[in-house]
Design a protein around this ligand. Structure first.
Ligand code: ZN
Length: 161
């Protein structure tokens, strides 16, 4: 959320760091007579269930822009955490279904961030590490195996339903 002018705490909603947010910047692309022609970027962080007007610090903005420049103009996904190049569409879809999970900006943390329904108060953010994801994958297989075993041993009355 945009930090109120009356408070002294400025927090980046992308990294959580206490730093001055970048609200707007521009890049000059030419001149029209005596006037400068520029591309103006209004910066805000959009995050599902959280905010559509979040602050972004200079470091996070730079990282996002550098990523954008690396991936090129053909990149369909403008998000800096874009994982199209290493993760299949079905895998990404599964992560979306689980709670809009996507990779965090902090690459060394090896985490995805998503949103889990915590009942009364609605959605709360959750971070899953690569280790946790592998454990969950094993859990999925365990449950699937159990469902198959249960189906194979189901009695006839159940089968006819
Ligand atoms: Zn930041």
């Amino acid at each position: 959320m945009k930090t109120e002018a009356t408070t002294r705490t400025l927090t980046c909603d992308a990294c959580g760091g206490a730093c001055e947010p970048v609200r707007r910047f521009s890049v000059v692309v030419g001149h029209d007579r005596e006037f400068v022609r520029e591309i103006v970027f209004d910066v805000r962080l959009v995050s599902p269930y959280q905010t559509d007007d979040g602050d972004v610090c200079d470091a996070c903005l730079r990282k996002a822009l550098e990523y954008r420049l690396r991936t090129g103009a053909s990149g369909r996904d403008l998000k800096p955490t874009c994982w199209e190049r290493g993760v299949s569409e079905p895998a990404r879809e599964t992560m979306r279904c689980l709670g809009a999970f996507g990779p965090t900006l902090a690459e060394r943390d090896r985490e995805v961030k998503g949103w889990l329904n915590d009942g009364e108060s609605g959605a709360s953010s959750a971070y899953w590490s690569s280790g946790r994801l592998r454990a969950m994958a094993a859990h999925f297989v365990e449950v699937a195996d159990w469902l198959d075993r249960r189906a194979e041993t189901a009695d006839d009355a159940d089968r006819d339903r």
